[in-house]
Ligand binder design. Structure first.
Ligand SMILES: Nc1nc2c(ncn2[C@@H]2O[C@H](COP(=O)(O)OP(=O)(O)OP(=O)(O)O)[C@@H](O)[C@H]2O)c(=O)[nH]1
Ligand SMILES: [Mg+2]
Length: 202
């Protein structure tokens, strides 16, 4: 898919106030600092479209971007860090869970995980929560530039094997990316393009 336009539309914390155009929508979610906003900028080839930072907790609201005038991309705050107290660390911000439950346009959630780490409880729990709520998702491994090329496949396989020891019967679709090395862009955009085609032909 060629990106011909990418515009910021709005930020808010209320799912009811999100854009109401019936366009297919893709959300990027994952732990704070995993690289959600950087990945969006890499996909769109726009350095400053989504705000990024080395400090976790940069993205605080639901941010809608309209792409090619016919789909939405959504940058969300990270979980597991900002505004989450120690006591209920695994409680996801209410407006984020509300977003996933209520957003009818959502066709796929991308759950980002750092390729260097084994499955973290908070990520596994979030994926299980998406599954329980019937929300389609795919896994995006981020920061692949931090591993030697030979280690990438091993890390991905180990991650998926551990995940499959849990509640999953089969591995979700997954993508290996690096925003700094522009890796994984074509595969992800093709995947989105295919889902968009299905959306518009049905
Ligand atoms: N090496 C490397 N660093 C990355 C990559 N993607 C993001 N980073 C760095 O990771 C940090 C966090 O990036 P963000 O894109 O702001 O992460 P986020 O998930 O949007 O974070 P929050 O909005 O705080 O939840 C920044 O310092 C980025 O430069 C990558 O592919 N490779
Ligand atoms: Mg962010």
């Amino acid at each position: 898919m060629k990106i011909t336009s990418a515009e910021f539309v709005m930020s808010n914390s209320n799912v009811a106030k999100c854009p109401n155009e019936p366009l297919p929508e893709y959300a990027f979610i994952g732990r704070s600092n995993v690289g959600k906003s950087s990945l969006i900028n890499m996909l769109m080839e726009r350095k400053h479209l989504a705000k990024t930072s080395g400090r976790p907790g940069k993205t605080q609201l639901i941010n809608h971007f309209k792409i090619n005038k016919n789909w939405f991309l959504v940058d969300l705050p990270g979980y597991g860090y900002a505004r989450v107290s120690k006591k209920d660390k695994k409680v996801f911000q209410k407006y984020i869970t509300e977003y996933f439950v209520k957003r009818k346009q959502l066709v796929c959630a991308f759950v980002l995980v750092d390729i260097r780490h084994e499955p973290q409880p908070i990520d596994v729990e979030f994926m299980e929560w998406l599954g329980t709520n019937g929300i389609p998702f795919a896994i995006i491994f981020t920061k692949a530039d931090k591993l030697k090329p030979g280690a990438i496949v091993n890390h991905v396989n180990t991650y998926l094997r551990i995940l499959l020891e849990g509640a999953w019967a089969e591995a979700p679709p997954h993508f290996v990316t690096s925003s700094s090395k522009h890796m994984g862009r074509d595969a992800l955009l093709s995947y989105i393009g295919e889902i968009n085609n299905g959306f518009y032909t049905n």
